[in-house]
Design a protein around this ligand. Structure first.
Ligand SMILES: Nc1ncnc2c1ncn2[C@@H]1O[C@H](COP(=O)(O)OP(=O)(O)O)[C@@H](O)[C@H]1O
Ligand SMILES: [Mg+2]
Length: 234
């Protein structure tokens, strides 16, 4: 039995006259990792933005943990357990790694001692005193993830964390995400790297121009003519 954590029903989003999300509907269970794929501009980040509350949807409903959250601002949704990472990591570059986690934790439910546990978990304990701006791209992504973890999320929205990473770094992040899921944290993972996604998910959602083209196993997605057309034009 899986417990439903999130359900989007008929979600729409426009920018002016441009429809970016059109009737997007899917559900995510507690502890489940769902992949979200699609060509550039297909609405993946916008989907994350309307779930996290950074953007307000223009129709449909977003129910999280039994509550309609569609009208709540970001901080209220974060308090309920929705948090995210950014395609370009949002860290405070002039603060230390530890301070970045502490500031995020302050807004959440974390005890001060748990900052060390997060630093260990994301593998940044050894650079905890360093200024975040001096970190590598990979370390900044891990720190962005650590900041999201500091809010004790039930649902983590992960936007292209794998882009630009080498195979060893990707492997480490896949292992970390699997560990978080095993602890019961659900995830929507936006990713272009299909091998990475294949390792951590059993189900993907494919967007094309703001519409859901497919939902199911990744290997089956590549056999869908509509999916192939969206990626390769046709
Ligand atoms: N704030 C915005 N204002 C206007 N158009 C936007 C805005 N954000 C995104 N878009 C457009 O919406 C579409 C979907 O963008 P996005 O969700 O970022 O796609 P993806 O993450 O799949 O690459 C794109 O055509 C993009 O240019
Ligand atoms: Mg994007």
């Amino acid at each position: 039995m899986s417990t439903e954590l999130l359900r989007l029903s008929g979600v729409r989003k426009r920018f002016g006259g441009f429809v970016v999300l059109n009737d997007v509907s899917f559900a995510v269970a507690a502890g489940e990792i769902v992949g979200l794929v699609g060509p550039n501009g297909s609405g993946k980040t916008t989907t994350i933005n309307v779930i996290s509350g950074l953007l307000r949807d223009d129709g449909g409903s977003i129910v999280f943990d039994g509550q309609d959250v569609g009208a709540l601002p970001v901080h209220r949704r974060a308090r309920l357990g929705i948090n995210r990472t950014f395609q370009v990591p949002k860290v405070f570059r002039d603060m230390s790694v530890r301070e970045n986690i502490e500031v995020a934790a302050h807004a959440g439910r974390l005890q001060p001692g748990q900052v060390d546990a997060i630093l260990d978990e994301i593998g940044l304990a050894r650079v905890a005193g360093q200024i975040a701006g001096s970190l590598t791209a990979n370390q900044q992504k891990l720190l962005d993830l650590g900041r999201a973890l500091a809010t004790s999320p039930k649902l983590l929205l992960v936007d292209e964390i794998g882009a630009g990473l080498n195979p060893a770094e990707l492997g480490a992040i896949a292992t970390l995400l699997e560990k978080l899921a095993a602890r019961g944290i659900a995830m929507i993972v936006v990713e272009h790297l299909l091998d990475f996604l294949n390792r951590i998910t059993e189900r993907v959602i494919v967007l094309g121009a703001g519409r859901m083209l497919f939902e199911g196993a990744l290997e089956a997605a590549s056999r869908e003519p509509e999916v192939v057309a969206a990626f390769f034009g046709g």
